[in-house]
Design a protein around this ligand. Structure first.
Ligand SMILES: O=C(O)C(=O)C[C@]1(C(=O)O)C=C[C@@H](O)C=C1
Length: 274
């Protein structure tokens, strides 16, 4: 089985994929350069599964991943989730003094997670976004005064120096990853289901939709709105609930929700991360 992830080697996504494939035999991991390419590897049948970052405890959603799953990723289902701790390092090729740093490279999620640190220590540095943190670490090679923000593992893999550690704005920092496939997970009894829907633009319609979950005592673990992309001020809601879409109670809630929404898509049911 082939599993796609955001490469190159040394990304946090690779850490997630290593954790996911521990003890799984006959799997091959395949690197892609961008998050959209990782998601598309399922629809292109290049891989059977893919691991993507979806949400971070400091910065919130990885919008490109959320939006693609809502709008573009037909036939792709969520079959798993996992959460890993994220510790960012400041990385350079050669020893460098903070005052000589003029450029910082990293993935935009990592930059956002270290915003206060960057503005305190490097108020005048240029900030350049890369497709991944490991890409940023590769980008500092032979570039005096250019530093990367990324995982310790990437610094070790590419033989770079760690200048500072644990530089994220909140020490306890976690990112949730999703496992995508053409099929979602089987019923385990400890599942979650992700759905997206839109409601008519009339008073009480969101309340009405969420009322279905409240009446059936289905616990909601997340709600997020994203622009519908059709009209300013129109939104699509991503909701995670406890239970599997094949559980009777969830099945009947989804049926009822259909009648109270303009559009409803089930993104998948999968075991809750412990
Ligand atoms: O660039 C990486 O190392 C990634 O795996 C991407 C990513 C993300 O997009 O959220 C993963 C975890 C961290 O939150 C920072 C970056």
């Amino acid at each position: 089985m082939k599993i796609g992830y955001l490469g190159p080697k040394g990304t946090f996504s690779e850490e997630a994929v290593i954790k996911y494939t521990q003890g799984v035999e006959n799997c091959e991991v395949v690197e892609f350069n961008t998050i959209p390419e990782v998601i598309n590897c399922i629809s292109n049948s290049l891989c059977e599964e893919a691991v993507i970052p979806i949400e971070n405890s400091i910065e919130g959603s990885v919008n490109i991943a959320v939006d693609m799953l809502i709008n573009d990723a037909n036939g792709i289902m969520i079959k798993g989730e996992m959460i890993i701790p994220i510790s960012h390092c400041l990385i350079s090729d050669a020893p460098v003094e903070f005052k000589d740093v003029h450029c910082i490279l990293s993935h935009q999620q990592a930059i956002a997670q270290c915003r206060e640190y960057i503005s305190k220590k490097f108020p005048n540095a240029e900030i350049k976004a890369t497709d991944s943190t490991a890409q940023a670490v590769l980008g500092v090679k032979s570039k005096p005064g250019v530093v990367a923000i990324g995982p310790e593992r990437a610094a070790v893999i590419y033989g770079m120096r760690i200048i500072d550690r644990d530089i994220q704005d909140v020490k306890e920092n976690y990112t949730r990853f999703l496992v995508l496939s053409q099929k979602d997970g089987v019923v385990t009894g400890k599942d979650k289901t992700s759905i997206v829907f839109s409601v008519p633009n009339v008073p009480g319609s969101l309340y009405n939709a969420l009322g279905v979950l409240a009446n059936k005592k289905i616990n909601m673990t997340k709600i997020e709105s994203r622009p519908s992309r059709k009209k300013l001020g129109e939104y699509v809601f991503w909701v995670d609930i406890e239970g599997h879409r094949e559980d009777e109670i969830v099945k009947s809630a989804l049926e009822e929700l259909k009648g109270r929404t303009d559009f409803l898509k089930v993104l998948g049911s999968y075991p809750k991360f412990k």
